[in-house]
Design a protein around this ligand. Structure first.
Ligand code: HEC
Length: 192
């Protein structure tokens, strides 16, 4: 009886220890968060474009999509802090050709995006120093859906162009083709 209790406790501890090891790993967590946030964004934008057309969906992208993304990220932040022992989590999108100037890649993000472009291959990249772990996940033009707002002039409807010019007079985020690298999602895990 006692032996089986000891065995159960051992097994449970081993399980907890091995689980903690896996889930506290910023690379694995970063991949999971990236997948979750991108899927939610993609599904919501797809529904908006289908229901209301690209020009109306555009407004949604500049306001509600960011809100939706930050709500998702808030949930992850809570989990990352309460369950995985990090002090904070920051998530942002960076690109060499921004639509929203706030997303312009500089410093390390710029260097990594340029290296992905030169290598013609984008692989998740991890950097860590001074209690700050950074995971860079590539964002690709993964669906024809993206082209309605980021494609060539021929692919973007006239109405969308008007809406874009109004909301983003300095827009640089067009002319992409399916499969192109669009930018990176940067996940910053801050340790105590
Ligand atoms: C309905 C139009 C629309 C569609 C479809 C769309 N986007 Fe965007 N995208 C936008 C707008 C508007 C912004 C600027 C958001 C802001 O102001 O923060 C943006 C910004 C971005 C950014 C942030 C960098 C920047 O340039 O500011 C990335 C990355 C991005 N889009 C990738 C994608 C990908 C990948 C797809 C396809 C899955 C996609 N977008 C589909 C309208 C769209």
């Amino acid at each position: 009886m006692l032996q089986s209790k000891i065995l159960t406790v051992c097994l449970l501890s081993a399980l907890i220890i091995s689980c903690r090891k896996t889930v506290d790993n910023p690379i694995l967590l970063g991949r999971e968060i990236f997948k979750d946030v991108s899927t939610t964004l993609m599904q919501t934008v797809a529904k908006k474009v289908n229901d209301e057309g690209a020009p109306n969906a555009l407004l949604f992208c500049s306001t509600s999509a960011n809100k939706l993304m930050s709500e998702k990220i808030d949930l992850w932040r809570k989990q990352v802090v309460e369950q995985h022992g990090f002090k904070d989590l920051k998530v942002s999108r960076k690109t060499l050709k921004p639509r929203n100037a706030a997303n312009l890649a500089t410093g390390e993000a710029e260097e990594i995006l340029l290296s992905w472009e030169n290598a013609k291959e984008a692989t998740p990249t991890f950097r860590e120093d001074n209690n700050l772990a950074r995971v860079y996940m590539p964002i690709k033009i993964a669906s024809p859906l993206c082209l309605a707002c980021h494609g060539t002039s021929a692919e973007i409807q006239a109405e969308t162009k008007v809406a874009l010019a109004k909301a983003y007079p300095n827009d640089r985020a067009t002319g992409y083709a399916l499969g192109d690298l669009r930018g990176t999602m940067l996940l910053e895990f801050i340790r105590e």
